[in-house]
Design a protein around this ligand. Structure first.
Ligand SMILES: CC(C)(COP(=O)(O)OP(=O)(O)OC[C@H]1O[C@@H](n2cnc3c(N)ncnc32)[C@H](O)[C@@H]1OP(=O)(O)O)[C@@H](O)C(=O)NCCC(=O)NCCS
Length: 174
């Protein structure tokens, strides 16, 4: 029988109690658990000013969260991407990431994110989604663990001339 992907709904999430509940789920699993990030710390991070949160739901159940930071030099930074355990490997992460990218590309040509060097499954996932390594942040969150800075780009911040526009079109994600 053919695999039928679940119907995933992506909506903006502003409710503080629901964001705190999502933070508790995040803190209970890797990479946050391995890095020692508590639910309070996760909640503070995702609720920081200027962040936008988007939740995925499947049949009204919380299935995942994407947090994006839309300010500063690295605006378009995906602060967190999390799929609830029971929903992983079913395409929810891809849907959330594509929704975050669509939001970011409306106002910036770059999407940035960091992934822990030990998080091999997520690194594979991001590469498949078109992300490339842009740098290595040694001992960034916790000593002994590096963060890989990844970027997906549609072109430079300042666009000049037709050639640049064409290059940006070529770099457009599928
Ligand atoms: C990484 C993550 C967001 C991907 O979301 P997802 O819904 O599982 O992904 P999809 O179903 O869209 O795609 C599955 C891919 O994710 C990869 N993946 C990464 N971690 C995974 C996990 N814990 N369980 C299942 N798949 C995982 C799989 O290898 C698969 O890639 P492949 O098809 O090339 O083998 C999700 O698994 C997750 O939340 N993991 C734990 C938290 C995390 O690592 N977040 C990223 C922090 S930077």
């Amino acid at each position: 029988m053919n695999y039928v992907p679940p119907a995933v709904k992506i909506t903006r999430l502003r409710s503080a109690p629901r964001l705190r509940a999502a933070a508790r789920l995040m803190a209970a699993c890797d990479p946050w658990k391995k890095l020692g990030l508590t639910a309070e710390r996760c909640a503070k991070t995702i609720q920081a000013p200027f962040n936008e949160n988007y939740q995925a739901t499947v049949r009204s159940h919380f299935a995942g969260l994407a947090t994006i930071a839309m300010h500063g030099t690295f605006r378009g930074y995906i602060q967190a991407l999390f799929v609830a355990e029971g929903f992983r490997g079913t395409g929810v992460g891809e849907r959330l990431l594509r929704a975050a990218e669509a939001r970011i590309f409306r106002s910036s040509p770059n999407v940035f994110l960091c992934v822990s060097s030990f998080n091999k499954g997520a690194i594979r996932f991001y590469k498949r989604m078109g992300y490339r390594k842009a740098g290595l942040l040694k001992d960034f969150v916790k000593a002994g663990h590096d963060e890989i800075l990844m970027r997906k780009t549609r072109g430079p911040l300042i666009r000049t001339g037709r050639g640049t526009k064409a290059a940006a079109r070529r770099a457009r994600p599928v």
